[in-house]
Design a protein around this ligand. Sequence first.
Ligand SMILES: Cc1cc2nc3c(=O)[nH]c(=O)nc-3n(C[C@H](O)[C@H](O)[C@H](O)COP(=O)(O)OP(=O)(O)OC[C@H]3O[C@@H](n4cnc5c(N)ncnc54)[C@H](O)[C@@H]3O)c2cc1C
Length: 385
Amino acid sequence: MMTSKIVRAHTQVAVPDPRRALDVLSAFYRDNDCSVSIEGDDHVISISLGTVRVGPRDRAIGIEITAANDTAITQLKTGVITMVDQLVPGADLDCRWHGAGQASEKGGKLPNFRELSVGKVTNLGPDMRRLRLYGDDLTPYLGGAIHVRLIIPPHGVSAPQWPTMGENGLPVWPKGEDKVEPRVYTIRQINADEGWMDIDFVVHGDNGPGSRFANNAVPGQLVGVTGPIGSDLPVVDWYLFAADETGIPAICRYLEDLPDDKTGHVILEVSGPDAKQNLPHHPGFDLAWIFRDGSCPEMAFAPQGTNTNVDADADAGAGAGAGDDVSPFARAICDIKVPDETHGVFCWTATEQKIYRHLHTHFRKTLKLGREQCLVMTFWRAEAH
Ligand SMILES: Cc1cc2nc3c(=O)[nH]c(=O)nc-3n(C[C@H](O)[C@H](O)[C@H](O)COP(=O)(O)OP(=O)(O)OC[C@H]3O[C@@H](n4cnc5c(N)ncnc54)[C@H](O)[C@@H]3O)c2cc1C
């Protein structure tokens, strides 16, 4: 019988009020849709990468993390220490981890760090651009987790400095003129044998490091990558995928991978008719487009090949949870009838933060879907980081 390996690491962080720290951390993770259970004095937080057990110590909190491999352990270390840093005033972050993930020793590289070089640049429409990025040994990026953290060098720098791991699990970021910026993207396609991955960037101007990098990319430019991040789609019968441009690469990957007997809807919001893309054909899914510019000749869903548009000005139906002040995109998503099956459905949405809030209320509170039935995500925020 196969047994899956579990690896562990632990540390202790000095804090002024351990029980208050536990409450604040648990509240944060609960708000972000993670399950938190109380076991004696310990709070046990389950997240997609693994489990975080936090317990009170003498003027400190003890943190134990478990996960399937060293990469996930290293990502969990970074995630949990980042949250302690942000949420627990007075926490002494000068801590040291014991156990798994020792590749993250001081000065080591970030998990699966690779330096990538821009190859071919392809425009996919008025506001999306595909960069083919070449690098050595991309095998860790094959598989179920399809997102990555790109590390964007300062504009115009040809020999960037890359971050390293600190002993406390936090990356040590280059400063000043060497400052690099992490941004999350999706691997649209990957070929590890040939050593490349394609990333489709929304190009919204030179107003953010990710977009500016794509906007100005020329072959030979360098960018870092670490990860991968994310989790597999659950296996169900019916799926709803809804996203603006930022989620199109992920939805394309899902449509390519899902077996032909699965069914569902895809609903996409883009700037206008020129921004429509050719999505992989899946016989069980239909597809609708919503245009932010208001041009909308047709209405409702059609078989996938026909790329029908939803009328953004029409009353898309105030589905459960839809209010008057929400966008046509959000209204159209909320108007979709989710089949009345407890376990056979999965709704996946990737949008701007304000729409996320509305959709989260709709799926989790109005439709009462469980965490295993929906993943409602913010992919970007309509203000600077
Ligand atoms: C799991 C995951 C996967 C993602 N995959 C992709 C992907 O494959 N392709 C992709 O393009 N994005 C993807 N995103 C979204 C991407 O991470 C954000 O859009 C990110 O903010 C872009 O960084 P930036 O440096 O361009 O802009 P930022 O520095 O974040 O922001 C600068 C300014 O640009 C605005 N801005 C940021 N993003 C957008 C946008 N999409 N449209 C309009 N204005 C924007 C901000 O509001 C801000 O005013 C993904 C996000 C997540 C969480």
